[in-house]
Ligand binder design. Structure first.
Ligand code: FEO
Length: 401
C-alpha cells in the first residue's frame, strides 16, 4: 500500500476499487475504478481530493507512508461528489488541516452533505485565478462550474506543470498502473469514450469553454480523479479527444436498438441495418434487453443516426426500450437522424410513440415509422430496408457526402 511519486514531492495516494460497477446508472464493464487523491509535500503539505466512503482508511494508510497524516496542512476539495469527498469528515478528523480550499459553490453542497459538523471546519472558498503558495509550489484554482457539478474546479501547479483535473479527463480503469501510457492504448481510449458519453456529455458546452483555458497552461501532466494519469504527449491527445467528443461533428455511423417479444421486431432491426449498411453507413445492432444502456451510449459516441424498434405491448413500447431512451435523452447526444419501427398484434402504438420520442430529441426523421402486423413478410422487410436507406441518405447529406 505504497504511495506513488508521480513528480518530485507529488504523490498519488488514491484507492483502486476493483468492485465498483455502477455509477448512478452508468454500468462499467469490466468492473472497477480508481479514486485518485494526491499529496504535495512542501512547507505546507497539501492533500488534493479524497476518496469514496468506505475507503478513507486506505487513503490514510497510503498517506502515512509519506508523512504522518496530521502533517497535512491543507486539503483541496476540487469536487464534492461522494466518490471524492464521501470520507472527507473522516480525513479531516484524522489530519486536522489548517485550511480546506474549495469553490464557492462547493460550500453549499458540502453543507448539504456534512451539515452541522462542517461549521467547525476551516473552509476557505476560492475563485478562478486565486492562488496560494505552499513553499516551492504554487496552487492556482480554476472553477469549472457544471463540469460536471456546480462545485467542480481544477487545481494547477505551475512548478510541476500538473493539472489536477478532478473528473475531467478521467476513465474508469482499475489496474496496477498509474499512467495512461502504461495501459493498452485501444482499450484506454475506449474507456475514455465510455466515461465521457456516460457522464460528461451533457456538459459539452462547458468542456468547449474550458479547453482553451487548459491549453493556455504549460502542462506536463493531467492528473484526474479517476483512472490513469496523462503525461507528456498524451496530455495533448486527451485534450484533442475531448474537443472531438464535445463537438460531436456528424459521424457516418448508425446504431439500431430494439427489443422484441417473438422476433418480429428483431427481424425488422436487421432489415433497417441492411438498408443503412448497403447505403454506405456502417451500423451496430444492440438489443436493449441484452446490452446495458451504458454500452448503447458508448456505441453512440461514433454514430449520428439511431433507429429504435419495439413491439407494441399493453398499448405502448416495451419497458427496456423506454428505459434506454430515457437514459440516452438525458445525456443529450447529438443524434442527427432517427428512425422508428416495430411489430404489433392488434393496436400498434409503439412505432408512433418512438417516432415522437426521437423527434422530441431533435432528430430529423426522414421516413414514417415502419409498422408491421404479426410477422414481417417480404414486403414488410423491404419497408424496413427502405427506412435504413432513407436514414442513410439523410445522414450522408449531413456528413457532406
Ligand atoms: Fe467522480 Fe463527479 O465524481
Amino acid at each position: 500500500m505504497q504511495a506513488v511519486e508521480i513528480a518530485k514531492d507529488t504523490y498519488w495516494v488514491g484507492v483502486v476499487d476493483y468492485n465498483h460497477h455502477d455509477f448512478h446508472g452508468y454500468s462499467k464493464s469490466p468492473e472497477g475504478t480508481t479514486y485518485n487523491a494526491y499529496v504535495i509535500k512542501d512547507q505546507k503539505n497539501v492533500l488534493i481530493d479524497t476518496v469514496a466512503p468506505g475507503h478513507g482508511k486506505t487513503l490514510l494508510c497510503r498517506l502515512a507512508h509519506i508523512l504522518p497524516v496530521e502533517k497535512i496542512d491543507y486539503i483541496v476539495v476540487n469536487h464534492v461528489e461522494q466518490d471524492h469527498a464521501g470520507c472527507l469528515d473522516q480525513i479531516i478528523a484524522a489530519c486536522k488541516p489548517e485550511k480546506i480550499f474549495c469553490s464557492t459553490m462547493a460550500l453549499k453542497s458540502m453543507a448539504g452533505y456534512f451539515g452541522e459538523q462542517m461549521k467547525s471546519w476551516p473552509v476557505q472558498a476560492v475563485q478562478s485565478g486565486d492562488s496560494i503558495s505552499i513553499g516551492n509550489h504554487t496552487l492556482v484554482f480554476q472553477e469549472t462550474r457544471m463540469l460536471h457539478w456546480p462545485d467542480s474546479m481544477v487545481t494547477y501547479c505551475p512548478e510541476t506543470k500538473i493539472l489536477f483535473s478532478q473528473d475531467a479527463f478521467g476513465q474508469n480503469i482499475s489496474s496496477s498502473w498509474r499512467f495512461a501510457d502504461e495501459h493498452e492504448k485501444g482499450d484506454l481510449f475506449q474507456r475514455v469514450k465510455e466515461y465521457y458519453f456516460n457522464i460528461v456529455l451533457p456538459y459539452s458546452p462547458q468542456v468547449l469553454k474550458t479547453l482553451p483555458v487548459v491549453e493556455s497552461l504549460d502542462i506536463d501532466m493531467i492528473a484526474p480523479d479517476h483512472g490513469l494519469i496523462w503525461r507528456g504527449g498524451m496530455c495533448k491527445e486527451i485534450v484533442d479527444m475531448y474537443r472531438t467528443m464535445a463537438e460531436q461533428k456528424p459521424r457516418k455511423k448508425a446504431v439500431v436498438i430494439y427489443d422484441t417479444m417473438w422476433s418480429s421486431t428483431e427481424k425488422l432491426a436487421y432489415g433497417v441495418c441492411s438498408g443503412l449498411e448497403e447505403s454506405g453507413v456502417p451500423c451496430t445492432i444492440l438489443s436493449v434487453s441484452k446490452n446495458h444502456h451504458s454500452a448503447i451510449m458508448t456505441a453512440l459516441a461514433d454514430a449520428s443516426a439511431l433507429a429504435v424498434g419495439s413491439p407494441t405491448h399493453n398499448n405502448t413500447v416495451l419497458p427496456y426500450v423506454m428505459s434506454a431512451l430515457t437514459y440516452i435523452k438525458g445525456l443529450r447526444p447529438k443524434i442527427l437522424v432517427g428512425g422508428a419501427f416495430g411489430s404489433y398484434g392488434w393496436s400498434g402504438e409503439s412505432p408512433k410513440i418512438l417516432q415522437e420520442f426521437l423527434s422530441g430529441m431533435k432528430c430529423e426523421m426522414p421516413a414514417d415509422p415502419v409498422k408491421v402486423q404479426w410477422r414481417p413478410g417480404h414486403e414488410d422487410m423491404q419497408k424496413a430496408y427502405a427506412l435504413g436507406k432513407q436514414m442513410a441518405g439523410c445522414l450522408l447529406e449531413k456528413c457532406g457526402q
